[in-house]
Ligand binder design. Structure first.
Ligand SMILES: [Zn+2]
Ligand SMILES: [Zn+2]
Length: 276
């Protein structure tokens, strides 16, 4: 199994998880055109996709989905609450041609209903989803499993729960949100107070500080790769997120040292493939 983060940040997220025979696109938050371009860049043409998995309805995870559907022929794996919320948009005009009805038409007969708490399979990859605290209908993280290799992906969650800590144990790689620096977010002059409160809340986004705390105190050290994702372009700096994560790993008690490599994902280009 191998994966690449095609792009990640407040402007759009997409991850590609592949086995020899199966390719799963996780989220379609960039424009369809950009997703197709990046799939080509990492060597997986769009006609080789076996499924698109949507974690939640927010625009930076599902905004490119409708247009992308015209270029691919694979199904969309989505939970019922997320699908309903995806259609419940006020974007577009008031006539019958609104964005909402376009979305329904694009997904008609092309979805596979999943549940955020029940295992499912796409091709030959098993997915073990788990709920995460976020202000969306039904957001989830998951562990993708194949031949004893386990890769977890979770973005858009306000705090580390016991369930998340449990699900991240024993993983070979973890793609995890490191959204903002608390100080940079507080000082950010572009965001309104309300938006800052939303981001910092228990159902908002995970900070560098929260992730560091988990890396230092709760991470089991198994994962050889931790990829930092969903970095805010306004309230974070890649080098700062990396420094905080690497420092946290070094602060672990000597008995629990971890040989873990930190990789930063970018909003503009895919990461290298990380494989097992
Ligand atoms: Zn997001
Ligand atoms: Zn979100």
């Amino acid at each position: 199994m191998r994966f690449t983060v095609l792009g990640s940040g407040s402007t759009g997220n997409a991850v590609l998880i592949s086995s020899e025979n199966t390719n799963v696109l996780v989220d379609a938050g960039m424009s369809a055109r950009e997703i197709l371009r990046r799939l080509g860049e990492v060597g997986i043409p769009h006609d080789r996709l076996d499924g698109i998995l949507i974690t939640h309805e927010h625009g930076d995870h599902a905004g490119g989905l409708r247009v992308l559907m015209a270029s691919v022929d694979c199904p969309v794996f989505i939970s019922r609450p997320t699908e309903d919320s995806y259609y419940d948009t006020r974007a577009g005009g008031q006539n019958g041609d609104s964005e909402s009805s376009k979305r329904r038409a694009a997904l008609k007969d092309r979805t596979v209903e999943i549940e955020s708490t029940r295992e499912f399979r796409i091709g030959d990859i098993d997915f073990e989803p788990f709920s995460v605290p976020h202000d969306a209908a039904d957001n989830f993280g998951f562990a993708a499993k194949k031949d004893g290799v386990k890769v977890a992906t979770l973005m858009d969650f306000g705090h580390m729960t016991d369930l998340i800590k449990e699900k991240l144990a024993g993983c070979d790689a973890i793609v995890v949100e490191s959204n903002h620096s608390r100080d940079m977010l507080r000082a950010c002059s572009v965001y309104t107070w309300d938006l800052k409160q939303r981001i910092m809340s228990r159902t908002g986004h995970l900070s560098n500080e929260d992730l560091s705390d988990w890396l230092q105190n709760d991470f089991d050290g198994t994962a050889r790769h931790v990829v930092l994702a969903h970095l805010s372009q306004r309230a974070n700096e890649p080098h700062l997120a990396r420094l905080m994560a690497e420092t946290a790993l070094q602060m672990r008690s000597p008995l629990f040292r971890a040989e873990t490599k930190i990789t930063i994902s970018h909003h503009k280009q895919p990461t290298e493939w990380i494989g097992f």
